[in-house]
Design a protein around this ligand. Structure first.
Ligand code: HEM
Ligand code: NAG
Ligand code: NAG
Length: 334
């Protein structure tokens, strides 16, 4: 008798925790999530971003890229911020796609510290990244959107997961489309978000194969404007044999308006001045060339799509409700 009662209780508590889990995963992000529990959260992030970006416009690029790199690997859970721990496999942050090129960590840490002083244990690092990317988008491009929030922070970050989820710069349009499709994002969203490459920089190592070692028949990538290639060669000397390329020198991704988040990127592609293979391929592939031309002609339309796609990207595989945690320090799990 006692036995069956125990079973009944166990079954009941099992069902109860299942329904808790189900409701936790059904919680969705919402605009104004911190309005009651930490009303100044979004203002604090905006101030921190504005201060830094006014001094160093490139930081806006860094923060927008950080959001992409967070959301595509394990969802938008701030896994990109976790430091590698001794005795564990390296974290995302130390993958070559992030280290040393990903920037803006200290902006997130500063905003987090100011928020913790006011509302401890309330605002996730994942939401701070999302707010900072929005504020950067506004500062660099005058493009504004509301950010649905309520993300929670993950406790796991694994370097090996980066390459399975983030596209490398040598991918062609078909491969890029596949990478985004695996996240439930459309080809048009991929082309639209690539417009983020209208700001910021790339290291020579990300494209010098296009200048010196393209393939067996062409040293230089024939899809690259020869004058632009000649300029790039002055910035990026040939890497010594066996080396992966210059990891310190950078070149603007958009030569014309490098600090302005705008649709000039797409006109540059038309003139064969896309810096990365993954940029130029969007113009050269039948899958995407019409989208490039359309975005190049319609700046306001592109900006609206960019805002929508940023919001969509921010919803990928998020932790909500009672999942994950609110990290106290963004670089370490609690
Ligand atoms: C479509 C596939 C993409 C590929 C293959 C790609 C690849 C890259 C690479 C290789 C760099 C230069 C890294 C370096 O050498 O320092 C870069 C920079 C950048 N990416 Fe992407 N990216 C892609 C999509 C995106 C998306 C979706 C966003 C955000 C919406 C984004 C935002 C940026 C920004 C802003 C920079 C400049 C960063 C800085 O100046 O610190 N990228 N990307
Ligand atoms: C894109 O890359 C894949 C994998 O390398 C290749 O199979 C495909 O043919 C390429 N597509 C185009 C259009 O070049
Ligand atoms: C090298 O690239 C060019 C231009 O994309 C292409 O036409 C050619 O077939 C490629 N050669 C080899 C050997 O892959």
């Amino acid at each position: 008798m006692a036995g069956s009662k125990l079973h009944f209780l166990e079954l009941f508590s099992f069902m109860f925790s299942c329904s808790l889990l189900a409701s936790a995963s059904a919680v969705s992000l919402k605009v104004g999530f911190y309005a009651e529990i930490c009303p100044s959260a979004e203002t604090i992030v905006r101030k921190a971003v504005n201060e830094v970006v006014s001094r160093n416009p490139g930081m806006a690029a860094g923060l927008i890229r950080m959001y992409f790199h967070d959301c595509f690997v394990r969802g938008c859970d701030a896994s990109v911020l976790l430091s590698s721990l001794p005795g564990n496999p390296p974290a995302e942050r130390d993958h070559p796609a992030n280290n040393p090129s990903l920037r803006g960590f200290e902006v997130i840490d500063e905003a987090k510290a100011r928020i913790e002083a006011l509302c401890p244990g309330t605002v996730s690092c994942a939401d701070i990244i999302a707010f900072a990317a929005r504020d950067s988008t506004y500062k660099a491009g005058g493009i504004y959107y509301a950010v649905p929030a309520g993300r929670r922070d993950g406790r796991v970050s694994i370097s090996d997961e980066v390459l399975q989820n983030l596209p490398p710069p040598f991918f062609n349009a078909t491969q890029l489309a596949q990478t985004f499709a695996r996240k439930g994002m459309s080809v048009d969203e991929m082309v639209t978000l690539s417009g983020a490459h209208s700001i910021g920089v790339a290291h020579c190592s990300s494209f010098s194969n296009r200048l010196y070692s393209f393939n067996a028949t062409h040293a230089q990538d024939p899809s690259l404007d020869p004058n632009y290639a000649a300029f790039l060669k002055t910035r990026c000397p040939p890497p010594p044999p066996g080396a992966g390329g210059d990891l310190t020198t950078t070149v603007p991704l958009d030569a014309i308006t490098p600090n302005q988040l705008d649709n000039k990127y797409y006109s540059e592609l038309r003139h064969r001045r896309g810096l990365l293979t993954s940029d130029q391929t969007l113009m050269d592939s039948g899958l995407t060339s019409r989208m490039v031309l359309h975005n190049g002609r319609n700046g306001a339309g592109w900006a609206r799509k960019f805002a929508r796609a940023m919001v969509h990207m921010g919803s990928l595989d998020v932790l909500t409700g009672t999942q994950g945690e609110i990290r106290r320090i963004c670089s370490v799990p609690n």
